[in-house]
Design a protein around this ligand. Structure first.
Ligand SMILES: Nc1ncnc2c1ncn2[C@@H]1O[C@H](COP(=O)(O)OP(=O)(O)OC[C@H]2O[C@@H]([n+]3cccc(C(=O)O)c3)[C@H](O)[C@@H]2O)[C@@H](O)[C@H]1O
Ligand SMILES: Nc1ncnc2c1ncn2[C@@H]1O[C@H](COP(=O)(O)OP(=O)(O)OP(=O)(O)O)[C@@H](O)[C@H]1O
Ligand SMILES: [Mg+2]
Length: 264
C-alpha cells in the first residue's frame, strides 16, 4: 500500500494552510462568520475545529439536523462537538420537511437514493436559510477522496461556498483531526453518509478508504496505469482500479459549473 501518511511538520503546514484559507474566504466575502452542518462524523468535526481556530468561537454557528434515519450517537456527538468548541448551534429536525416533499411527490417514497439525497438537500436549504439571515458563508466538509469519486449529493452536501478540507484524502482527514486534538473515538469512527438506515461509505463504495485513497493517488491524481496501480496496491485488481477510474470520469459533472451552450 502506498503511504499517504503526513509527517508532523506536514500536518502543521496543512493546519495553517486550511485555517488561512477559511479566514481568506470569509474575509473575501465581506463577513466574519460561517455556518456548518455538524453530523458527528469526522469531516464536519475536523472542519469545525479548524474553523474555530481560524475565526474564533464567535465565527462559527453549527447546525445539527437529525432526520428519520440519523443515529442517536452521531447526533449526540455532533452536539458534543459544538459544546466542546463553545460555539452556538441549532438543532433542526428535518423529518417533517422531507415528509412534505414526499407528500407532494409520493412516487419517490421507498426510493432509498432519491429520498436520501432529498435529506441532504433539505440540510442544504437550512444551511442557506441560516447563512442568509446571519450574513455568513456556508462551509462544506468534502474531502478529496469524496470529490474525486463523486461521493456526495449534487446540490445537497455539495451545495456550499467552499470546502476547507477538500485537498485531503480521507485517511489524512483522520490524521489531521487527531493532530488538532479531536478525540480518537471521533477520529476513528466509521464514515456514514447517513442517508438511509445502516448505510456506511465503505460498503456502498465497495472498497475501504485506505485502498481507495491509494488508488486515487496513484491512478487518478498520479500517472500510473490501471495495471501498474493494481501491482502497487494490495488486494486490488486492474478491474477495481478501472472501476474507480470510471467513477471519477462519470462524476465530472458534479465538480463542474453547469454547462450552457456556447454563445452564437
Ligand atoms: N453526465 C451528467 N451530466 C450532468 N448531470 C448529470 C449527469 N449524470 C447525472 N447527472 C445528474 O446528477 C444526478 C445524480 O447525482 P446525485 O443527485 O448527487 O445522486 P447520486 O450520485 O446518484 O447519489 C449520491 C451519492 O453520493 C453519496 N453521498 C451523498 C451524500 C453524502 C455522502 C457522504 O459521503 O456523506 C455521500 C450517496 O450515498 C450516493 O452514493 C442525476 O439525477 C442528474 O440530475
Ligand atoms: N445529521 C446531520 N446534521 C447536520 N449536518 C449533516 C448531517 N448529516 C450530514 N451533514 C452534513 O453533510 C456533510 C457530509 O456528510 P459526510 O458523511 O460526508 O461527512 P461527515 O459525517 O462529517 O464525516 P464521515 O464521512 O466520516 O461520516 C457533513 O459533514 C455535514 O456537514
Ligand atoms: Mg457522515
Amino acid at each position: 500500500m502506498i503511504d499517504l501518511e503526513l509527517s508532523e511538520s506536514e500536518l502543521d503546514a496543512h493546519r495553517d494552510h486550511i485555517t488561512d484559507f477559511i479566514e481568506e474566504k470569509v474575509t473575501e466575502a465581506g463577513t466574519e462568520s460561517a455556518v456548518l452542518g455538524l453530523s458527528g462524523g469526522i469531516d464536519s468535526t475536523l472542519t469545525a475545529y479548524l474553523t474555530v481556530e481560524a475565526l474564533g468561537t464567535e465565527g462559527l454557528h453549527g447546525l445539527v439536523m437529525p432526520g428519520a434515519v440519523s443515529r442517536e450517537d452521531n447526533m449526540s456527538d455532533a452536539e458534543w462537538v459544538a459544546q466542546e468548541l463553545g460555539i452556538s448551534y441549532d438543532v433542526f429536525e428535518i423529518n417533517p420537511i422531507v415528509d412534505e416533499f414526499l407528500n407532494a411527490y409520493s412516487e419517490a417514497e421507498g426510493d432509498q437514493m432519491a429520498v436520501g439525497n432529498a435529506r441532504a438537500r433539505t440540510r442544504a436549504v437550512m444551511n442557506y436559510l441560516v447563512a442568509n439571515h446571519q450574513g455568513s458563508l456556508v462551509l462544506g466538509t468534502g474531502n478529496r477522496t469524496e470529490a474525486l469519486v463523486g461521493y456526495f449529493t449534487k446540490y445537497g452536501d455539495g451545495a456550499v461556498d467552499c470546502h476547507p478540507i477538500g485537498n485531503l484524502y480521507k485517511q489524512q482527514v483522520r490524521q489531521l483531526a487527531r493532530h488538532v486534538g479531536v478525540p480518537d473515538e471521533l477520529a476513528e469512527k466509521e464514515a456514514t453518509a447517513g442517508l438511509w438506515a445502516g448505510q456506511t461509505d465503505e460498503e456502498e463504495l465497495g472498497i475501504d478508504y485506505d485502498t481507495l485513497d491509494a488508488v486515487l493517488a496513484l491512478h487518478v491524481d498520479g500517472p500510473l496505469s490501471a495495471s501498474a496501480t493494481a501491482r502497487q496496491v494490495d488486494g486490488v485488481s486492474e478491474e477495481d482500479v478501472s472501476r474507480i477510474g470510471s467513477m471519477f470520469a462519470r462524476s465530472e459533472h458534479k465538480r463542474a459549473v453547469p454547462p450552457a451552450p456556447e454563445s452564437l
